[in-house]
Each structure stands twice: as structure tokens, then as C-alpha cells.
Design a binder for this molecule. Structure first.
Ligand code: URA
Length: 267
């Protein structure tokens, strides 16, 4: 059994590591998770990115010799009829390597019948642990922002609830930005997600969400102007994580929330 002194030392060491920015416990020996995947699950062909930011299949893929991850995503997403089936199709999709490092698939939260659908970027550490989107600090701010216009993910009424998801259902390592290839693979699932939930409007939270839906970034210029995405009226907005770092931008975020309230018909 550890002595009290020892435990105190271990605790101090752990707190010191957290202070330095460590967010995950890892082993002493590196684990090659790619080697742990069955060969037929490994992605042999990766799509390349065109200069304009769209994702194109590689020549080998275009020639039909190896599976095209995007075509497979389109087929899998096109075959599902319900949100539950969509979640299963994502869980079965083998080509996005982010799944190998994630604890949980983070699918969605809130009321799928809501008029407002919020599309974030990707799960962070808290979301990865809990398996629900927007539950960390940014998520808590998002809940407060939504409450300010009478919306809540706990409500069951279409007018007062929200449905929340992310472009990426798996946490990228160290919370890095997802690549264009990863976004491209998830896009067919995202389109199907919006079609099945069928909201009145979508909110594109942050640059990654705009990249996926509109093919471009630049949230400072995009925010606050209505556009179309996934066949729905769409409003790009500052991501709550950005607002935590830049509190002065809350003024613009408030203007965007009022837009959502007016468009969504809330009081
Ligand atoms: N940021 C996002 O974009 N989504 C989450 O779920 C959490 C943080």
C-alpha cells in the first residue's frame, strides 16, 4: 500500500503535469494504434485536396483500383433512413483515422426535432470522454448563449429546443484542426444528418464548420450574413471557444443570436 507521503507526492506530480498542459494519461511505451487495425480496415487510398479546398479522389482511386473513402461515405450515408442508422453507419465507417485515437463517437445532443440545428467543429477532450458534443467550457458558454434567446438542448418543443452536432464525430489528437481530407470524408454524413433532422435553419459555428459547408473560412467576414448550407438557411457565427478567448466579440455574437431568434420565430 502507498504511504500518505507517497500519495501526496504522486498527486503533486499529477497536478504539475496538468499545470504544464497535459490532458491525457498515456503509457510508458508507445502504442501503434494503426498496427492494431485489421488490414481490411486500413485506409489504403487517401483523397487529395484541390487548390480550391475541395477534396478530390487520388488517381489510383479514380481508376477504381482501391476503395474511394468519399464514395464509400456517400454510399453509407445515402443508405440510411434514420438518425440511429446514421450513427451506426458512422461507427462502422473505417476510413477516417481519427476514430482510432478517440474514446467515443460524438454524434449529437438535444432535440432532433428542433427548428435550429447547430453544427460545431469537432469534439474536444470533455466531449470525447462523455460522448456528447459541446459539454466543455465552450459548450457551457454555448448553453448560456442559447438560453439568452430562449433555446435549450433539454427542451422537447421544436420552437425552444436545439439540435447540436459537429462536422467531425471523433476528437482530433491534441485538438488539432481536422484536415480537408477528414472533412471531405465526413461531409456526406453531415449532409445526410441535416436532411434527416430537417431543421428550419442551421448555425455554422466557427471556421471548420464554414469550411465544410461553404468551402471557405474567414469567420470574421462570414459571420452574421445569412447564406445557404446543406439546403437550409445558414448563419455563420463565432465559435464559443473563440468568444472565450476574445470576449469583445460577444457583441457580434449577440447580434447573431438575435438573428437566430428572429428567424426561428422565438420571442
Ligand atoms: N467545440 C466544438 O466545435 N464542438 C464540440 O463539441 C466541442 C468544442
Amino acid at each position: 500500500m502507498e504511504s500518505a507521503d507517497n500519495l501526496q507526492q504522486l498527486r503533486a506530480l499529477l497536478e504539475w503535469q496538468i499545470e504544464l498542459g497535459a490532458t491525457d494519461a498515456i503509457g510508458d511505451v508507445p502504442v501503434d494504434r494503426f498496427a492494431m487495425v485489421a488490414p481490411d480496415e486500413q485506409t489504403s487510398a487517401k483523397p487529395a485536396s484541390a487548390a480550391n479546398g475541395t477534396v478530390v479522389p487520388s488517381p489510383a482511386v479514380a481508376g477504381g483500383s482501391t476503395p474511394d473513402p468519399i464514395e464509400e461515405a456517400e454510399a453509407a450515408a445515402g443508405a440510411v433512413k434514420t438518425l440511429e442508422e446514421l450513427q451506426s453507419a458512422l461507427a462502422d465507417y473505417p476510413h477516417c483515422e481519427l476514430r482510432l485515437g478517440a474514446r467515443n463517437l460524438v454524434f449529437a445532443d438535444g432535440n432532433p426535432g428542433a427548428k435550429v440545428m447547430i453544427i460545431g467543429e469537432a469534439p474536444g477532450r470533455d466531449e470525447d470522454v462523455q460522448g456528447r458534443p459541446f459539454v466543455g467550457r465552450a459548450g457551457q458558454l454555448l448553453d448560456k448563449m442559447l438560453a439568452a434567446i430562449g433555446l435549450s438542448r433539454q427542451s422537447f418543443e421544436p420552437d425552444t429546443s436545439v439540435y447540436i452536432t459537429n462536422v467531425l464525430p471523433w476528437r482530433p489528437p491534441q485538438n488539432r484542426d481536422p484536415t480537408l481530407e477528414e472533412i471531405g470524408m465526413m461531409l456526406p454524413f453531415m449532409r445526410r444528418h441535416v436532411a434527416l433532422a430537417d431543421p428550419d435553419l442551421v448555425v455554422l459555428m466557427g471556421n471548420i464548420s464554414c469550411q465544410a459547408a461553404l468551402g471557405r473560412r474567414g469567420i470574421t467576414r462570414l459571420r452574421g450574413t445569412w447564406t445557404q448550407a446543406y439546403g437550409k438557411p445558414a448563419l455563420p457565427m463565432f465559435h464559443p471557444a473563440y468568444l472565450l478567448r476574445n470576449p469583445a466579440a460577444k457583441r457580434e455574437a449577440w447580434a447573431d443570436l438575435l438573428e437566430i431568434r428572429t428567424y426561428g420565430g422565438q420571442q
